[in-house]
Structure formats: structure tokens, C-alpha cells
Design a protein around this ligand. Structure first.
Ligand SMILES: [Zn+2]
Length: 97
């Protein structure tokens, strides 16, 4: 499937103790971007599937999405522009790996 970051929808952020998850959908499939936090620095870590059978990108049925994990930084930079979470990320320190 051809990747277009603009097709990401339904962006929702959940904050945990030392990590953050950003839920999103792409072509009606649900994914989660995991962002780890260490000493106040946030690092986009990987993407995983949420509750569906076969991923259109990696064709895997496991949890981890190998294809979208490689795009984690691009996904991160797109989703944090979403209105309801943009302010949260405005002054955060983020390390892109
Ligand atoms: Zn996948």
C-alpha cells in the first residue's frame, strides 16, 4: 500500500508514567505510536497494531509493525501537529533516532 502521512486520522494521545501512546488510524486500521520518555527527553520508539487481523503494510498479524516503526519519526512529526495535542508537544525535548 502506498504510504501518505496525510491519511493518518483519529489521532488521540494517552499519557502514562514514562511513555506516551498516540493512537491513530490509517485506512480504517488502528495503530499506536509508542514514545518513550527518559529524563525529560521523548524518543519515538516503535509502532504497533491494535486489534485487527492483517496489517496492510507489513502483512503481519503480530503486535509490532515493522513497516510503520521505520516511519516512526515521520509519523511523530505529523501527529503532534494535531490541534488537541500540539500544545503538549510545543516545548518538549524530542530526540529523533
Ligand atoms: Zn503492520
Amino acid at each position: 500500500m502506498k504510504w501518505d502521512v496525510q491519511k493518518i486520522k483519529d489521532i488521540k494521545q494517552k499519557e502514562f508514567g514514562n511513555f506516551i501512546e498516540i493512537d491513530f488510524s490509517y485506512n480504517a486500521q488502528l495503530y499506536v505510536l509508542r514514545i518513550n520518555e527518559s529524563d525529560g527527553t521523548f524518543i519515538p520508539a516503535f509502532a504497533f497494531h491494535q486489534g485487527f487481523d492483517i496489517c496492510n503494510f507489513c502483512e503481519g498479524a503480530g503486535v509490532y509493525c515493522s513497516v510503520l516503526s521505520k516511519k516512526r519519526n515521520e509519523i511523530f512529526q505529523h501527529v503532534v501537529q494535531e490541534n488537541n495535542i500540539r500544545f503538549y508537544w510545543l516545548y518538549k525535548e524530542v530526540k529523533i533516532q
